[in-house]
Design a binder for this molecule. Sequence first.
Ligand code: MG
Length: 474
Amino acid sequence: MKAHISILLLFLIVTCYTGHAQTHHAQPGQPNFIVIFADDLGYGDLSSYGHPTILTPNLDKMAAEGMRFTQFYAGAAVCTPSRAALLTGRLGIRTGMYGKRSVLFPNSAGGLPLKEITIAEMLKAKGYATGIIGKWHLGQLPEFLPMHQGFDYWFGIPYSSDMGKIGTTRYSPDNPNATAPKPNAVPLPLYRNDKVIEEEPDQHYLTQRYTGEAINYIKKNADQHKPFFLYYASNFPHVPLYASPEFEGKSKRGIYGDVVAELDWSVGQVLKTLKDLKIDKNTFVIFTSDNGPWLTQLDHGGSAGILYEGKNSTYEGGMREPAIAWWPGKIKANAVSSALTNTMDLLPTFAKLSGADLPKDRILDGMDISDILFGKKDIVRNMIYYYINESLYAVRKGPWKAHFTTHPSYSQEAPVPHDPPLLYNMDVDPSEKYNVAKQRPDIIEDLRKEYEKQKAIIPAPAQMDKILPATGIK
Ligand code: MG
């Protein structure tokens, strides 16, 4: 009898222990998360953000059914550090995702350090399926690819789609050979999981193929009743611009408008799939972009609307993005929020909504914004920091923004220090036209303290400058 009880106890202990250790276990009611991330889309490029000729009916409907943000920021002004910030909830200075080349290239040997915890890793530990469709740009060596950063499925391209043999499609001052084909370049690889399945895929059909993959991924997980995180990172409207025959030549805005219209169609297909499968009320979707418009691409670059400057600038046009959050029944329809918000806020917000554990052994720059999404609070964060690589250029506190350094985007000119800093009231002057530094020494003094405090952060070692030996690619 005694022996029986001991065995029973042992059995119970083992069951409880393994039950506890089994973290890959989904619980009912966990919401799905979808992040749709455009590339180089400007603040002024959607009809719901004021563009006069680009038509985005699906995104406008998404905004009408959800929340449209007017002061939502990317984590950096260029691709790689911005994507690292989104996925880790941390600034580039903390992850080391910065460097002299500003983004990773096909001959880069660096990547997002594996010790970083991505949204995918965080949610996977909570039983989520984790998929990425589209652009990665956080390291192209095998060890840095998505399957090693918490994703269990990938269909896409490891970097920007102008980094294969096809150049960009417009002259730009920083890249005068932009239009020339690049015969020595590595052919643009298209991956499924950890295998290259095609080289130089026909980019006319990229948006269609990404859309089909996204829909299949959603359906597969809905069929299995498995909560999922889908990171759908389009390569567009970054150059080179390609749309399928259905969209090409249709927009009054030209090829850029065609590409944005097809991306808009794609978002519509994703939302329709959620509704058809009746999982829309259990799925949080956010649409935004990694950085502002690439202005040197002329009419092949986008528009930041009323905001000044674009990609690679710490003026608002470089980092403030259109952002639309959608969750029928949870986020009120027709909501507009001017709260300061940031892509880095998504990781802590998803942790809160899924019950996942936040990474506790590191500093996060993101904040849980679920109270803003659900209309319980108007303000969660008060500060935005603007970096170029490891250099802090500007800080924003509430309505006030001080530029301690500026540089013209994609110019070879040296950065310009400002003392006193340029000061703008973003509520009154979102275009950053009227410097009021002389009138408000009190605000300058306060922002200088915030700047010095943030500048005291010691950057993690740079991860983006390591280059593969003798690849012969610039
Ligand atoms: Mg980009």
